[in-house]
Each structure stands twice: as C-alpha cells, then as structure tokens.
Design a protein around this ligand. Structure first.
Ligand code: NAI
Ligand code: MG
Length: 398
C-alpha cells in the first residue's frame, strides 16, 4: 500500500511542541506516513496578511488528512497593529484560520470524546449519599456543529441601512433596540441550516448506535432560542422516531447542563449541539477528565473525506517561551489516535491509547498539570515531566 501523506499544521506557540511529540509517538507505534508542513497562524498573518495561505488549503485538499497543533488569535484591532508595515492600511481584517479551515472545507462534524482515565489525579470526584468519595466514570462523546451558529461570522457593528432596515421589520428588534443609536449596536447572528443540523444529528445518532450508547442528549435552549435550538431539538425527535427507536433523546439546556455535568456526568453518553454551546459543554466535560491536557478532537467532512485532528486547547503563548516545553502532550496524541481511527488504522490507535492509559495509571511520569503545579518554567526541575518526556514514556510503553 502506498505510504500516506499527512499534512502537519503546527501553527503557533505550544501547537508546535505537542505536534512534534505526537508525530514521534505515531512513528514509534509503527504508523508509516510522510509529513508535509502547512503554513498557518499568526506568523503568516503578520508577514502575509493571511493566517491561512492558499498553499496550505491546497495541501490539505490534496492529501485530505491534517494534524493541527494550535494557533494564536487576537482581537481585530490588535491583529491589525501587528501586521507588517507594508501591509498596514490595506483593509486587511484578521479572522481565525481554524474557523476559516472549518468553513473552507465544510468540516461540519466535530467530535470531542471525554473519557475518564483510570488513575488520573485530575479526575472529577464527588461525595456520595453515604458520605464516601465517588469517582464517576465519564464516557461522553460530544458532537459539535462546527461551521454555523454563533461562529458563522455573520456580524455587524453599526450596521448599514439595508441590514438595519431589515432588522427593524422584526417587532422585537424594533421594540427593544429600535431606539438605540445605530453606532451603538453590535450584532452577531446565530444561523442554523436544516442540512447542517441534520448532518450533525445523524453523526451523533449513528455514533450512539454503533457504539451502543443508550441516549443522545441535545444540549441547546429550545425554550428560549426557539428558532435555532427549537429546530435542532424537533429534528432530533423526528430522526429518533424514524430511524433510531432504541435510542433515547434527552433534552438539556446548556446552562442546566453545566450543573448536571458535575452532579451526574456519568449519565451523559452522546451529546450534540450547535457550535457555541458545545464549545462550552466540551470544555466543561474536559475539565472532569483532566482539563485541556486531555481534550482531543476530530473534525471532518463526510462527503470529501477531509479531516483535521487537533487538541481543543490553544497555543498557550506564555508557555511557548519556556526553554523546555512543559505542556501535556496527551491531548494532541489522543487527537492523533482519532486520526488513526478515521483512516481505519484501528490497531495502531488502540495500541497508543493503551500505552497512554498505562502511563497514566502507573503515575510515575506526570506533566505539571497532572501534578497540580502552576505552569512555571521550573516545573521540570521540580519533578514534572516535560511535553517530550511524556511522549517518551508513552513510546516506552508501546
Ligand atoms: P489555551 O488553551 O492556549 O491555554 C489556556 C491554559 O490552559 C494554559 O495557560 C494552560 O494553563 C492550559 N493548557 C492549555 N493546553 C495545555 C496542555 N496541553 N497541557 C496542560 N495545560 C494546558 O487558551 P488561551 O490562553 O485562552 O488562548 C491562547 C491562544 O490560543 C489565544 O490566542 C487563542 O485565541 C488561541 N486558541 C486557539 C485554539 C485553536 O488553535 N484551536 C483554541 C483555543 C484558543
Ligand atoms: Mg474552545
């Protein structure tokens, strides 16, 4: 079989460190691939005025599979200030390249599993009715609609006549905002389409069916956000009735979900929602299994087959300046395992996950977050494993 080519997108800050560590683990596990590097991130914004150059999307288009570290994003005005002098005043406006990547390739299905690792000192614990400490086993797989909703980018400040007049046709806008001066208005839309909603729900139900989950939780807010959340919930009920009679549909509101999450997280299997609410819920669930050092994700387009695999954490710029990288590489390595599953290299993924589980359970090698230290440059001196040492230990277990 021809060797596969994987596009590696290190991006910014610690993205580079964790990605290199993950590739070493993949190689040690016997996964054979060539890697080509794609340019993405802050450096390219500053130099070229584009954090996602076309040559990068071309590479991904060609090879289909990408491993992504993390990027740095900054607010609009700060971004403009950092542009190279020759690019100033050209009307360039920064927007996040990872959001851009999702939209460019229609990577509308995002999957974020949150599973408890045995022996992880960061696991969520609670007190049971008998006063004893309980450590619930969390096995929640979260499906995020990845391209629409509040992250769709349809926004205005001081909207022009056309937009303003259209909004004024809505009685609630007219009543509640009609007297506000236009230049004091900032508007972000939350657009859901039936097609994308159907696709994310289908992905969630199919996953629940394949892996034997008894429920799919729709985590929106249909009682208040009637049009978008309401549509998703209604479509979920219809889909369940028609195609998944054995799966139970639960309806939770995002706010209540954040409370249920710490009361009875073990009750949630597959969870699905729009872009923003899942971003909230998945960080919440990630906190129960150890935080950003453990939170992995896959995003893909089932039609084109293009998939991008990344930890959910960002570039943690402060830590990127340390001589030795201290952040936990497990989130990135787990994301690489999701890539392996996606390309049906199940055995290699299983092998790596087993090695990770062994390292965590043994507890001899732990990064600073697992030791509940504050992230400082001297944590390695104080006994924490570095990004690379964690990867080395996983490799040793392979
Ligand atoms: P962040 O995820 O980069 O870091 C927040 C904190 O989480 C860190 O200070 C650290 O304490 C902890 N952390 C993150 N990754 C860790 C790891 N692997 N191991 C242990 N601890 C870890 O989020 P922050 O500080 O809000 O954003 C920094 C930059 O990253 C911003 O420019 C932001 O826009 C960007 N970002 C990019 C994302 C992406 O590339 N997909 C996602 C989130 C943020
Ligand atoms: Mg997030």
């Amino acid at each position: 079989m021809a060797k596969r080519t994987i596009v590696k997108l290190p991006g910014d800050g610690i993205g580079r460190n964790v990605l290199e560590a993950a590739i070493r683990v993949l190689e040690a596990a016997g996964f054979e691939a060539d890697y080509v590097e794609g340019d993405i991130g802050w450096e390219f914004w500053k130099k070229e005025g584009n954090p996602l150059p076309e040559r990068t999307t071309d590479l991904i288009e060609k090879h289909k599979i990408a491993l992504f570290g993390a990027i740095t994003s900054k607010p609009k005005d700060e971004a403009t200030e950092e542009l190279a002098p020759e690019l100033q005043n050209k009307g360039l406006v920064y927007s996040s390249p990872i959001v851009g990547l999702r939209q460019h390739f229609g990577l509308d299905i995002c999957q974020r599993p949150c599973r408890t690792y045995k022996g992880n000192p960061l696991n969520f614990i609670r007190r049971g009715a008998d006063g004893k400490i309980e450590e619930p086993q969390i096995n929640t797989v979260i499906f995020r609609q990845n391209t629409e909703g509040l992250y769709g980018g349809v926004e205005w400040s001081n909207p022009d006549d056309q937009v303003y007049n259209a909004l004024m046709t809505h009685p609630k806008f007219k009543k509640n905002f009609g007297k506000t001066p236009r230049e004091e208005l900032a508007i972000s839309t939350r657009i859901f389409t039936k097609k994308a909603t159907e696709r994310i729900l289908r992905a969630a139900f199919e996953y629940a069916k394949e892996f034997g989950f008894e429920s799919v939780t729709v985590c929106e807010k249909p009682n208040v956000i009637r049009e978008t959340s309401g549509m998703m919930y209604k479509m979920a009920l219809e889909m369940q009735k028609k195609d998944y009679p054995d799966i139970w549909v639960k309806n939770t509101n995002i706010d209540a979900q954040m409370m249920w999450m710490t009361k009875n997280p073990e009750d949630y299997g597959v969870l699905v929602a729009g872009n923003m609410f899942v971003d909230i819920a998945s960080d919440g669930f990630a906190g129960l299994i150890g935080g950003l050092g453990f939170a992995c994700s896959a995003q893909f387009n089932p039609d084109s087959g293009i998939g991008v695999f990344e930890p959910t954490h960002g570039s943690a710029p402060k830590y990127a300046e340390y001589n030795t990288s201290i952040v936990n590489s497990i989130a990135m390595i787990e994301s690489a395992c999701m890539m392996l599953d996606y390309i049906k290299e199940y055995d290699t993924a299983k092998k790596i996950r087993k090695a990770i589980a062994t390292v965590i359970e043994e507890g001899k090698v732990r990064t600073y977050d697992m030791l509940k230290m504050r992230g400082k440059p001297d944590v390695v001196e104080k006994g924490a494993a570095s990004t690379d040492q964690m990867a080395d230990e996983i490799i040793a277990k392979l």
